[in-house]
Design a protein around this ligand. Structure first.
Ligand SMILES: Cc1cc2nc3c(=O)[nH]c(=O)nc-3n(C[C@H](O)[C@H](O)[C@H](O)COP(=O)(O)OP(=O)(O)OC[C@H]3O[C@@H](n4cnc5c(N)ncnc54)[C@H](O)[C@@H]3O)c2cc1C
Length: 315
């Protein structure tokens, strides 16, 4: 749902034709069509504008060749929004177009990438002479860079899973309150650990206030507000991903040696085996490893800082 509702949806609402909005928005909203994001390439991650997947026009069709990498959920998706090179210009940001591709189109090969948590979530997607109607281009041909950046602002603001953070904090407090971990004295009574939990809780409250302010601006200011959100999206992305990783880290510390059994199958639907050690430790290590990704995707946190330094501080 994320790639459709939070990313491609706002793009279609702002830049799509009436026909594109009519065709794509209702099934997106109903969850009937799943989307994925084809931005990154083997040699174009942080330096996204260096992308080389090409779309060459043949009549009313694009012929697409190239490869995308890290394409999350491509193996489940029906559609992919792609940034492709359709032209050249003085700057590499020119000549890029934003194109919608039906993943059932012949010539698309989806190869799994298994991450360090052992799960198959991302993919290497290879395009060989893939024919896509030119009418699937969103916005002007060769002007896709601005659209791609507009999408990224929505992506970075929507990544804030505050509900997940709150659940993690609640679990952390419960685990730290258990006395079996450190013998007679629960971890929550250790002043240093209690201070770290309190710092995380404060950071979460600040993040929530930040998020509510942005939602308010979106809902009252429409398009202008979305444009004005710029650097706040970068700041939000950094803060929420750092907090997410901190909470996972504190949970690992609280769980202690019960984090050692790495039961990936415990994450699967229907897992019903007795836990090894404490029940609350189930899935702790895979989750810790899994969420290392959040400071990398959507543009790494280093890149978010670079953008802010340039846009806000003029550096
Ligand atoms: C789990 C996961 C899921 C993803 N899902 C998707 C997806 O669905 N669709 C998609 O298109 N992409 C996706 N990505 C790709 C993601 O956006 C890129 O990995 C990210 O932009 C970084 O690019 P890179 O991997 O090429 O690293 P690189 O660009 O090679 O960067 C390597 C390191 O160098 C640092 N670095 C690079 N340039 C600079 C600089 N100028 N200043 C300071 N530091 C710098 C980076 O911060 C990073 O730490 C996903 C990535 C991951 C890990």
């Amino acid at each position: 749902m994320t790639f459709g509702l939070n990313m491609c949806g706002p793009v279609l609402m702002a830049f799509g034709t009436a026909e594109q909005q009519r065709r794509f928005l209702p099934p997106m909203l109903a969850g009937e069509e799943v989307w994925c994001q084809g931005y990154s390439e083997p040699n174009a991650g942080s330096d996204l504008a260096s992308l080389r997947t090409s779309a060459v026009r043949d009549g009313e069709e694009w012929v697409i060749n190239g490869a995308k990498i890290w394409t999350t959920k491509a193996h489940w998706a029906d559609w992919c929004f792609l940034l492709v090179r359709t032209g050249t210009g003085e700057r590499k940001q020119q000549g890029i177009s934003f194109v919608l591709v039906d993943l059932k189109t012949p010539g698309i090969e989806i190869q799994p990438i298994v991450l360090m948590d052992g799960l198959h979530e991302t993919n290497h997607v290879i395009f060989t002479d893939v024919r896509v109607p030119v009418e699937n281009t969103v916005g002007e041909i060769d002007q896709g860079w601005g659209i791609g950046k507009y999408l990224l602002t929505h992506e970075r603001m929507s990544g804030g899973a505050l509900g997940t953070h709150k659940t993690l904090l609640r679990q952390l407090k419960a685990i730290a309150g258990e006395d079996e971990i450190v013998g007679a004295r629960p971890l929550a009574q250790d002043p240093d650990f209690a201070r770290r939990i309190a710092e995380a809780e404060l950071a979460l409250e600040v993040l929530e206030a930040f998020n509510l302010r942005a939602v308010d601006r979106y809902s009252t200011g429409g398009e202008l507000a979305a444009k004005g959100i710029g650097a706040e999206a970068n700041q939000f992305k950094i803060r929420q991903t750092e907090l997410h990783q901190l909470l996972c880290e504190l949970k690992m510390l609280a769980v202690g040696y019960y984090a050692m059994p790495y039961l990936i199958s415990a994450l699967s639907h229907g897992w019903n085996e007795p836990p090894i050690g404490a029940e609350y430790a189930n899935g702790c290590t895979p989750a810790y490893l899994h969420f290392r990704k959040v400071s990398i995707y959507s543009g790494s946190n280093e890149i978010q800082r670079n953008i802010m330094a340039k846009a806000e501080l003029g550096l």
